[in-house]
Design a protein around this ligand. Sequence first.
Ligand code: ZN
Length: 349
Amino acid sequence: MRILDGHNDALLALWRAGAGPEGFLEGGVTEHLDLPRARAGGFAGGFFAVYVPVPGEHALEDLVVETADGYEVPPLAPLDPGYARRFAEAQIDLLFAIERASDGAVRVVRTAAELAACVEGDAVGAILHLEGAEPLDPELSLLEPLYERGLRSVGIVWSRPNAFGEGVPFRFPSSPDTGPGLTAAGRELVRACNRLRIVLDLSHLNERGFLDVAGLTDAPLVATHAGAHAVCPHSRNLLDTQLDLIRDSGGVVGLVFDVPMTSPESTRDPASPLGVLVSHVDHLVERMGIEHVALGSDFDGATMPASLGDAAGLPRLLDALRESGYGEDDLAALAHGNWLRVLAATWGA
Ligand code: ZN
């Protein structure tokens, strides 16, 4: 079954390895996602994140500190806008270099029809996504040029403050209610993305920011990579009240596969069984209905369960869902149908 996926950090993984387009096309460089493993696992496309890392910091795990009842990454400082812009430009250039060198095997998609063609065929569709709006100026003069280049999705924040809003610090256990809502520039960003029909990704946003977007936007609410807070009370996961708003908007949650964000005790042990991901799907489906649940792996940006491994292991997750009682129609909706519906509704036909 062909799969659309809400989030990967393959571009960042290629940069960390100092690799060019061939690193993605020939494989063997990234940890979880490249063209050979996409083909092996039925990965038909997804959101390719342009993410700007904490300067000089290569592993978030190194920042984790223990707390009385769990752990946290202490609040991170905002990025320098010039650094964020230069870094993001290089990542965007790399994505287009991959497309050019791929001989049609990787396509940066701009419409739902182009993405649907990847699901029907055998190309990988890449959705250009900003994870954190730091590369944008608060006046948004850079948004439309990026849209013209192919930008179709914007995560307002990553897990740090920026000019537009405040992301949740990584914390367990924790509510996502960790700080103030959107800034005035953040509210303008929501309106501008609505005008251009760019997806607004709510992942990493704190609860007040989430509610601000829900009150402003005219598009379906989307969280590209998150889990159910009722199953794993991590700051990055969504409360039932947030799931209700996503359902009521016609939106979708892409289930993240990250072990610390999905295992109920927030373990970092990759031995976490696939049943943990199934339990998140069960909760999301029970709360919202199957039509609002999709996948959002976070390949190359998170700790994958060893039983899944990498993109080539995606069929094993579908098998685990099958074994727990999901039928083929439900799996088709979860694997690609729901993403296609929500993206068509947001981008226009
Ligand atoms: Zn993320």
